[in-house]
Design a binder for this molecule. Structure first.
Ligand SMILES: Cc1cc2nc3c(=O)[nH]c(=O)nc-3n(C[C@H](O)[C@H](O)[C@H](O)COP(=O)(O)OP(=O)(O)OC[C@H]3O[C@@H](n4cnc5c(N)ncnc54)[C@H](O)[C@@H]3O)c2cc1C
Length: 414
């Protein structure tokens, strides 16, 4: 096979890149090469099947890694121009998940994939599925791409093969390893938008508990970031969108990362202390395990008193000393957990780390191999939960596609 532009990876960034490249260079043959039997499997699964495709509040705060994601995002059409005006997808701002999340109005991710494929087939983009590229050989006038069954020569190539997160969607980091072998610098890899592991003994009794609060990540006494939302306790990890948004910190602070949760952020420590003193008066004859009944779900209420006291909780509430009430108050306002690991790739939605900024120019072209472009999660960018990762995928895909198409037959760039 001999083609002008090969796009390795038929995910969000690859489809956006192929559309963008073909729009710029209509006479060029553009082919999306996908290892799975169909393109866009992860798009279908995104946002719990609803596809949180962007966010109205894009800022540097929401992106992590060595590349400046916001610079790329601001340089290309926004979600309204790309999705609504170009692809005809009606969008809405969702009330679930992260504030400002943009969803297709249909509430169905398949609408997004169908519209992307409609556009790419109308433009004449080809798809080659079930083709797992395992070798990329740079040549003087282009690249040879090899899979077990195919050898493809392309003049230019866009690498849109994603990272390591959620390998059941085809992303096992295989191309990242190939790029490493070709001399590319890869920033430290770790799961992002993922749960954080804690010692199971530290959360014994909390499995299944969900509680709204404010959670902060610390390294020693240094506050790194605070998020609000619902915490979810599992057997050996804590999850919930607010925790997902702290997971990327594990890459830099492995070994010293800890979480501190304020379970009643709307109540000051003084007010909380007053409330607990009232409970002590009114519940004097009850066992301590009933002390926080009404404030939290049963398992959490019992856990909090157990964790705060060094004695039996079957004693009566009236036996609680002022010091013990202060300790309970302290745990409610600052329940601490040492992070002992990041989640498995299966449970991660994004990849922290990837092809380092020093390897690409401002057009997302490789500095090591002319004619080779990158987009999406393979690059060293991880966004927060809430539409930020897909927005990065589309925007970087549009930019890589546009620049890759320049100078090819019939290019529309003046
Ligand atoms: C369950 C889940 C839900 C998510 N929900 C959201 C959400 O609602 N909003 C949001 O912003 N982000 C969400 N994300 C993250 C977001 O989907 C990804 O960041 C984004 O899809 C990355 O796009 P990409 O094109 O870089 O890579 P991918 O979409 O991962 O696509 C890469 C493609 O390359 C193919 N490929 C890999 N290696 C090869 C190879 N060697 N040869 C050929 N093909 C190859 C893969 O099969 C895959 O199809 C979610 C992620 C998951 C896992």
């Amino acid at each position: 096979m001999n083609i002008d532009i090969a796009v390795i990876g038929g995910g969000a960034s690859g489809l956006a890149a192929a559309i963008s490249a073909k729009e710029i260079a209509p006479a060029a043959n553009v082919m999306v090469i996908e290892k799975l039997p169909r393109v866009g499997k992860k798009i279908i699964a995104s946002g719990n099947g609803k596809c949180n495709l962007s966010n109205v509040n894009i800022s540097e705060y929401n992106y992590h890694g060595s590349l400046n994601a916001v610079k790329v995002i601001s340089a290309v059409p926004d979600y309204k121009e790309f999705f609504t005006e170009k692809l005809g997808i009606l969008c809405t701002i969702g009330s679930e998940g992260k504030e400002g999340g943009v969803y297709p109005r249909s509430n169905s991710s398949s609408t997004v994939l169908n519209a992307l494929r409609l556009r790419s087939s109308k433009l004449g983009v080809d798809e080659l599925c079930s083709c797992d590229i395992n070798e990329i050989i740079p040549k003087k006038s282009g690249f040879i791409l090899r899979s077990t069954d195919n050898e493809i020569f392309c003049r230019r190539v866009i690498i849109a093969a994603g990272g390591y997160a959620a390998p059941s969607f085809g992303t096992d980091g295989s191309i990242m390893r190939i790029m490493k072998g070709m001399g590319y610098k890869i920033s430290k890899i770790c799961p992002a938008v993922a749960p954080l592991k804690v010692d199971p003994n530290d959360i014994r009794g909390l499995k299944g508990v969900r509680v709204k609060g404010e959670i902060s990540a610390y390294s020693g006494n240094k506050l790194l970031r605070t998020e609000k939302g619902e915490l979810q306790f599992n057997e050996n990890n804590i999850s919930g969108i607010c925790v997902f948004n702290l997971a990327y910190l594990f890459s830099e602070y492995e070994g010293s990362l800890k979480l501190r949760a304020d379970l009643l952020p709307e109540i000051s420590p003084q007010k909380l202390f007053g409330y607990l003193m009232t409970l002590r008066r009114e519940r004097g004859e009850l066992p301590i395990e009933e002390f926080l009944t009404g404030a939290f779900v049963k398992n959490l209420a019992v856990y909090l008193v157990k964790r705060s006291l060094d004695r039996s909780i079957s004693n009566s509430v009236s036996s609680l000393t002022k010091q013990e009430i202060l300790a309970i108050c302290g745990n409610i306002k600052g329940l601490e957990f040492k992070v002992c690991g990041c989640s498995s790739w299966q449970h991660a939605q994004a990849t922290m780390g990837g092809i380092h900024n020093s390897c690409v120019d401002e057009n997302l072209q490789s500095k090591l191999h002319k004619g080779l472009y990158f987009c999406g999660e393979i690059l060293d960018v991880a966004g927060d939960c809430g539409g930020y990762n897909l927005q990065w995928a589309w925007s970087s895909g549009i930019m890589a596609g546009k620049n890759c198409g320049k100078g090819l037959p019939n290019d529309k760039i003046k």
